[in-house]
Write a protein that binds this ligand. Sequence first.
Ligand code: PMT
Length: 407
Amino acid sequence: MSTLDGRELILGVTGSIAAYKAVYLLRELTRAGARVSVCLSEHAREFVGPLTFRTLSGRPVLSDLFDPQSDAAVEHVALAERAHAVIVAPATANLLGKAAAGIADDFLTTLLLAARCPVVMAPAMDGGMWEHPAVVANVATLRGRGVTVLEPDAGALASGLSARGRLPEADVIVEALLTALTVRRDLDGQRVVVTAGPTREPIDPVRYISNRSSGRMGYALAAAAARRGALVTLVSGPTTLMPPTAATFVPVQTAEQMREAVLRHAAGSAVVIKAAAVADYRVRNAADQKIKGKRDLTLDLTPNADILAEVAARDTGAFIVGFAAETNDVVANARAKLEAKGIDLLVANDVSRRDIGFDAEENEVLLLDRWGGSRALPRMAKTAVADAILDEIQALRAAHPVRKAVR
Ligand code: PMT
């Protein structure tokens, strides 16, 4: 645990019966050499008094953003800037919801918005809550933004129920913290363009052609690249996701707008990753007014420009990564796509499956590179797939530094 030596940590504690376990976690963190500031939510104070945390941390406990006796309103920014990591344990369903929505109505939630360091959340809640669609969606949003949200343990809960909702053990939380702190900064200062989501091709002012892309895969890549130090531009079609705060966000609607944004930002970039599901066709003459009537209607479709092939052909020096959404003959189709588009790495996924690919939390991909290599990754959370893809990109860039010569 020596890697915590001298680390500045913030331990946020929210209002769950498991708040008492945060005392033990605090002791573990300080024993490992970390300097810990504890931040209690108003409800956490109902479970464990601040004196215990103050005594063990040797620091004043933070909680009231609006205390006229303190500089708390300013202090949360300074504290967030100093911190190497923020841990929230226990994190209630309420805290997860507020953090996902960007609500800042107390010291801890305000500090979470100001923090640019790794954040680890260890949830604890009553039976059934962890599975509620609202909580599931909030956890997905936070993970998509790069926050480590641990799985709660299963077992007996304070309510008497037995379910998944127990605070993970302190050693599990510490392990996750160490992982979050040892994230590689191997893209430090490098420009990375990521595309995500679907495009919308108008039929008339109220209708459009689109697809099932949620944007999760691309947003996970943007968040992972930003965590690794990259200057990320995320060019995204319409999604319901919050873009990673560290990325420059370029929202677009149509394939043509995406093309313009990608070509503009690709110049000077080290890596371009096209995870977006771009519409292959647009309506040639979209109507200016809403189309009426119940007659048969034929749409005159014309192909959109192939953005990926175009950016690769420009030979800007960027490492170019494309995705292939396939429903059959995945390997053969993906290999053909890699060659046809003239790119460096292709990430193929089988979008006929419901458990991966479009609008799923997880993905299972095959990586094919222009030098003949291939690697199948197991099914994982899209956040983990994103880091594995970046690992592959970095390995290939290191192995083929003069890759333009092989074109
Ligand atoms: O968004 P999610 O719900 O998380 O789902 C993720 C995903 C399934 C969308 C993602 O993993 C994925 O497969 N993205 C690529 C989808 C796609 O459009 O595949 P394609 O095989 O049709 O296109 C091949 C490549 O060319 C892609 O990199 C695409 O961005 C690019 N392309 C396609 C058409 C076009 N006109 N211009 C392009 O640049």
